[in-house]
Design a protein around this ligand. Structure first.
Ligand code: ZN
Ligand code: ZN
Length: 647
C-alpha cells in the first residue's frame, strides 16, 4: 500500500501501481465519473498517471478552472486529426492552448485553408468525437522507432521537435477506439481521458504563421479555435467575441477617424488624427491637474541619449533586445530612449537633497521606443513608439509604503473616472536581475505590506518583475469584461545606487533614496485603445471630439441655429452646426453614427420658445429644453467629467 495526500490535508492508502483515476474511484464513484485530469504535486497530469507513495493529488473536474486548458489542448488534437482526415497531405506542427482557446498549425501543400473550410472540419471533429476515442499517453522508450514512423509519414515538424525533446522523457499520445490506435501525436500533454468530454467547441479563424515564429521558415496555416465544458459557456464566449469585434478600436478608428498607422511611417508608429488627439488632450489635462494636486513636479526629457547612460542604468546589459541604437557620431553611440528613469534620476541628482524635501515625485508624459517584432504589433495596443505617463518617486525607506498607498489611490480614482474596475497582480524577482538579494526581499515584502494594509486582493506572479525591482500591476477591466495591462508600481533599491543618488538624513549622514517607478495609464496609446473599445467609440461628453451638434430642420431656422451655435461656442463647448440642406433624419442618423452625445434639433416651435429639442445619444428624445438651461447643464457635465449630469 502507498499513502496519497489529498488537498484537504487528509490522506488515503491505496494499492501500488494505481492511477489517479483509481484514486478518484476510491474517493467516490461520482468523482471517478466526472474526473478529467489530476494535479499531482502541483503539476497537472493525465488521469492515467500511476501514483507514487506520498504524492499529493487533487482530482480535477470540469468545475476546476485549470482543467479547461486540458480540454482545449485535447480538442486541438481532435482538430488536427480531422484536418488530416480531410486533407491527407497535411503535416501537423504544433497545437498549444492560448488565452480563451487554442490553435493548431498545419502545412498543407495542396490546399489553402479558409474560413469556408471550418464547418467541414467541425463536422469531421464531431464524427471523431462520436467514435468515442480515448486519449492514451505513452512514454517513448524507443525514440528511433517513433522518429522513423513520423519520418515515414512525412511529419517533418514533429520529427524536428521529437529530436529536440528526445533527451527529456518525450511522450506520445495516441487516440484509440476500442483499444485500436487510430491517430497519434507527439506532445507533452496532459489530456482528458477521452473525446466524450468534448461537448462545446468552435473553430474561429485561419491565419498564416511561420514555423517556430521565424520569418525565415516556411509559412504554415493556422486554425484558431476554442472549446468549453458546456454549450452555455461557449455561447457566452462567442457573444463576447461578437461584441469585441464591434468594439475593435481599429475598426472604430476608420468610422470615427481616430488614428492611422502608415506603411511609409513604419509599423507600430501611430499618427493621432485630430479627433483622437483631442481625446488625448482632455486626458492629459486631467493627468496634469491631478499630478499638481497630488504634489508631483512635471519634467520633460529628450528622446535619445548616449549609450553610456544606458550602461550606467544597466539597460544595455538587461534590456538590450528591446532597444533601438542610433549612429550619431559613432557606430551605435546613442539609444532611442526605451524608458524615462535615467533622465529623472539625473534631474534628481542635479541638486542636493535633504530628508526634509523628500519625497520628490517627478512625472513626465515621456515618449519611448521599444523593439517589438512586426508580427506582434496590433493597432494602438502593441506599438513601437508610445507615450508613458511616467513618474518616479524618490523617498526615504520610511516613506515608500505611504507613497505606494497614494499611488494606489491615484490609480483607483483615475480608473473610476472611466468606469473601469481592475485586478491586481504582484510580480517578484526574475531570474535575470540587478542588485542585492537582500534589497529584493525588502522590496517584495514592502509591496506586499502596502497591498495588505489597503486590503487589496492580488495574484502572485513569481519571477515576473522588472530586472531592477518587483512590481504591482493593475489589469483594468473593460465594459465587456476583458482585461488590459495599465498601471504599474515598481519598487527599486538598485537604480538609485547605480546612479549614486543621495540625500542628507536627520543625523547629517548621506543616504541613498528608495525609488518608485509608476505609470497610471501605462501607455497613452494602449490605454486610449482600450478606452475606445470600453466605450465602443461612444465617449462621454467630456471626452467627445464633438460634444453637441445643431440640426436646423430647414434653411429658415438657420439664423436661430447659428445664434445657438455661438452661445455654445462661447462656453467652450465643442459644437458643430449641420447647415447642409439634407433632411433632418439624414443628419440625425449621421450624428448617431459619429456617436455625438447631444443633438439639438431646431424648428419653428423651438425658436418660439427660445429652446432646443434635445436628442441624447443612445437614449433618443430628451424633450425641449431652454437654451441657457441646456448650456449650463452640459457645461456642468463636462466640467465634472461626467460625474454630474442633469441634461
Ligand atoms: Zn497533446
Ligand atoms: Zn522608471
Amino acid at each position: 500500500m502507498i499513502k496519497i495526500n489529498l488537498p484537504d490535508g487528509s490522506s488515503r492508502e491505496i494499492e501500488e501501481n494505481k492511477t489517479a483515476e483509481d484514486l478518484a474511484g476510491v474517493i467516490s464513484e461520482g468523482l471517478r465519473k466526472n474526473a478529467v485530469a489530476a494535479e499531482i504535486n502541483g503539476e497537472i497530469k493525465d488521469l492515467s498517471t500511476v501514483l507514487k507513495n506520498n504524492d499529493t493529488v487533487r482530482i480535477l473536474t470540469a468545475k476546476d478552472p485549470e482543467s479547461l486548458e486540458v480540454l482545449r489542448h485535447s480538442t486541438a488534437h481532435i482538430m488536427a486529426q480531422a484536418v488530416q482526415r480531410l486533407f491527407p497531405n497535411a503535416k501537423i506542427a504544433i497545437g498549444p492552448t492560448i488565452e480563451h482557446g487554442f490553435y493548431y498549425d498545419f502545412d498543407i501543400p495542396d490546399h489553402s485553408l479558409s474560413i469556408d473550410d471550418l464547418p467541414k472540419i467541425e463536422e469531421e471533429m464531431n464524427r471523431i468525437i462520436k467514435e468515442n476515442q480515448d486519449f492514451e499517453r505513452r512514454e517513448i522508450k524507443n525514440v528511433q522507432e517513433v522518429l522513423t514512423d513520423f519520418r515515414e509519414k512525412g511529419e517533418i515538424y514533429k520529427t524536428e521537435l521529437l529530436m529536440e525533446y528526445a533527451q527529456h522523457n518525450p511522450t506520445l499520445y495516441v487516440c484509440k477506439v476500442d483499444g485500436k490506435e487510430v491517430w497519434n501525436d507527439f506532445c507533452r500533454g496532459p489530456h482528458i481521458p477521452g473525446t466524450k468530454f468534448i461537448k462545446a467547441f468552435k473553430l474561429l479563424s485561419t491565419a498564416g504563421a511561420y514555423w517556430r515564429g521565424d520569418e525565415n521558415n516556411k509559412m504554415l496555416q493556422r486554425i484558431y479555435a476554442t472549446a468549453f465544458w458546456n454549450k452555455e459557456d461557449l455561447k457566452n464566449y462567442l457573444h463576447m467575441l461578437e461584441e469585441a469585434e464591434k468594439r475593435d478600436h481599429r475598426k472604430l478608428s476608420n468610422r470615427l477617424d481616430l488614428f492611422s498607422i502608415k506603411e511609409e511611417v513604419g509599423p507600430g508608429l501611430v499618427l493621432w488624427h485630430p479627433n483622437l488627439a483631442l481625446i488625448r488632450e482632455e486626458i492629459e489635462n486631467y493627468w496634469r491637474t491631478e499630478h499638481r494636486k497630488r504634489g508631483y513636479v512635471i519634467v520633460n526629457t529628450p528622446h535619445m541619449a548616449k549609450k553610456q547612460l544606458w550602461d550606467i542604468s544597466g539597460h544595455t546589459e538587461f534590456y538590450d533586445d528591446n532597444m533601438y541604437y542610433l549612429n550619431v557620431e559613432e557606430d551605435k553611440d546613442y539609444v532611442l530612449k526605451p524608458m524615462n528613469c535615467p533622465f529623472h534620476m539625473l534631474i534628481y541628482k542635479s541638486r542636493r537633497h535633504s530628508y526634509r524635501n523628500l519625497p520628490i515625485r517627478m512625472a513626465e508624459l515621456g515618449t519611448v521606443y521599444r523593439k517589438e517584432r512586426s508580427g506582434t504589433l496590433h493597432g494602438l495596443s502593441r506599438v513601437r513608439g508610445f507615450t508613458q505617463d511616467d513618474a518616479h518617486i524618490f523617498c526615504t525607506p520610511e516613506q515608500f509604503i505611504p507613497e505606494i498607498h497614494n499611488i494606489i489611490e491615484f490609480v483607483d480614482d483615475t480608473l473610476k473616472l472611466f468606469d473601469m474596475t481592475y485586478e491586481v497582480e504582484l510580480s517578484t524577482r526574475p531570474d535575470d536581475f540587478v542588485g542585492e538579494l537582500e534589497n529584493w526581499n525588502r522590496a517584495e515584502a514592502g509591496l506586499k505590506e502596502a497591498l495588505e494594509q489597503k486590503g487589496i486582493e492580488y495574484e502572485l506572479n513569481e519571477g515576473d518583475g522588472a530586472f531592477y525591482g518587483p512590481k504591482i500591476d493593475f489589469k483594468l477591466k473593460d465594459a465587456i469584461g476583458r482585461t488590459w495591462q495599465a498601471a504599474t508600481i515598481q519598487l527599486d533599491f538598485n537604480l538609485p545606487v547605480r546612479f549614486d543618488l543621495k540625500y542628507t538624513d536627520k543625523d547629517g549622514s548621506l543616504q541613498t533614496p528608495v525609488m518608485l517607478h509608476r505609470v497610471i495609464f501605462g501607455s497613452m496609446e494602449r490605454f486610449i485603445g482600450a478606452l475606445i473599445e470600453h466605450y465602443a467609440g461612444a465617449f462621454p461628453a467630456w471626452l467627445s471630439p464633438v460634444q453637441a451638434i445643431i440640426v436646423p430642420i430647414s434653411d429658415k431656422h438657420l439664423d436661430f441655429a447659428d445664434s445657438v451655435y455661438k452661445k455654445l461656442k462661447d462656453e467652450n463647448i465643442r459644437v458643430e452646426l449641420d447647415d447642409r440642406s439634407e433632411s433632418m433624419n439624414y443628419k440625425i442618423r449621421e450624428a448617431q453614427n459619429r456617436k455625438i452625445p447631444y443633438m439639438l434639433v431646431i424648428g419653428d416651435k423651438e425658436i418660439e420658445a427660445n429652446s432646443v429639442a434635445v436628442r441624447k445619444r443612445g437614449k433618443g428624445q430628451a424633450g425641449v429644453v431652454n437654451i441657457d438651461k441646456f448650456v449650463s447643464g452640459l457645461k456642468k457635465e463636462i466640467d465634472t467629467r461626467g460625474k454630474q449630469e442633469d441634461n
